[in-house]
Design a protein around this ligand. Structure first.
Ligand code: BGC
Length: 350
């Protein structure tokens, strides 16, 4: 079968390979891959900056944002042939730590977790994959190709859940405004969840053309192209920083309301040194009861809540997030950013 593989740590080593059928040890459920979403993490692995192959191997099958159709599943496992499923990315560490033991592998404390398509486990970017039933999430068939958005949606579902738990430190907390920085898939899905909660949602992105401004407006949210109103005129109750760009991270922290909640959901790449008055920043964080926290990955409960959120979203809006479908043979094109890209997927039905 076809599989997009890479040698982690070696730049430009990705290629479409022929590999054997997925081994039974990957799980009892056999899935025919329909689509695999491409994200910044994949680009970083292909560039040699991230990722790890399975133990004892040199190459890793890429792909952690999956959508597939069950071909065969054991009886009574909760899944049956024909079901549309998405694979959970992370697996608990072998120990397991107290978080992994409780099913909260997204909070793994010792870093020995594995992740399909990223760290130590083959991913879903092959014609077929196998998976353990408890790590496959069945989705509403009506979602169709938009089901490939479940993995990124699970990430923002977790981020929202944690932000709201922090908010509830005060019994009087009642957020009204939320700022999302970055109108990529993560930012747009974070904005969707804000709109579903009835909040006033603002999205900041560089794009002045292309689909992003209208995608934001179609949520009933406000789009800011390149710059925000003066900080004293706009201090959102919550900020979801989805770019990892250092200047935006700092602005998010400075601009959040009082008490403010800032969720950092974007991974920065490279190194950026910055001149920063940490004393002033500390003063404002303390005096305003601000909370700044990071959020990564998701556990099964987040996938299930994210599936409900996608189910409640406008189907045509979700479909517009998938801006390009690329055949696996042309995977390199999928990784090459184009100006109007939102989410690019490898279409394994081609
Ligand atoms: C994935 C997460 C993963 C993170 C770090 C992200 O792209 O969506 O599931 O935990 O990368 O490896």
């Amino acid at each position: 079968m076809r599989a997009l593989t890479v040698e982690p740590g070696r730049a430009d080593s990705a290629q479409l390979d022929k590999v054997p059928e997925p081994p039974l040890e990957d799980g009892a459920v056999l899935v025919r891959t329909l689509a695999v979403g491409i994200c910044g993490t994949d680009a970083e692995i292909v560039a040699g900056g991230y990722g790890a192959a399975p133990a004892g191997r040199s190459r890793l099958i890429l792909g952690h944002e999956s959508l597939g159709r069950v071909e065969a599943a054991p009886v009574d496992c909760g899944l049956a042939a024909g079901d549309l499923v998405v694979g959970i990315v992370r697996r608990p560490d072998p120990e397991p730590c107290r978080y992994c033991a409780a099913g909260e592998w997204d909070m793994c404390a010792n870093g020995r977790y594995t992740e399909r398509g990223i760290k130590g486990l083959n991913g879903y970017g092959s014609d077929y994959f196998r998976i353990e039933p408890e790590f496959a999430v069945r989705i509403d068939p009506a979602l169709g190709l938009a089901g490939v958005l479940l993995e990124p949606a699970s990430i923002v579902t977790k981020a929202w859940e944690h932000a709201e738990r922090i908010g509830r430190r005060s019994a009087a907390w009642q957020p009204r405004t939320v700022l999302v920085t970055g109108a990529g898939p993560i930012g747009l899905l974070a904005a969707l969840l804000g709109a579903q909660r009835g909040l006033e949602v603002h999205v900041l992105d560089r794009a002045t053309t292309g689909p992003k401004p209208q995608l934001v407006r179609d949520l009933g949210a406000i789009y800011h192209a390149g710059r925000l109103p003066q900080a004293d005129a706009f201090r959102p109750d919550m900020v979801f920083e989805c770019t990892g760009a250092p200047a935006l991270v700092l602005d998010a922290i400075r601009r959040s309301g009082s008490p403010g909640i800032v969720c950092l959901a974007g991974l920065s790449s490279g190194q950026h040194e910055f001149n920063l008055d940490l004393a002033a920043l500390n003063r404002s964080l303390v005096l305003e009861n601000d909370a700044v926290f990071g959020a990564v990955n998701a556990n099964r409960s987040h996938y299930e809540k994210a599936a409900a959120a996608l189910g409640a979203a406008d189907r045509s809006w979700l479909a517009r997030l998938i801006s390009r479908r690329v055949a696996p043979e042309h995977w390199a094109e999928a990784l090459r950013k184009q100006p109007d890209d939102v989410k690019v997927v490898l279409d394994f039905t081609q």
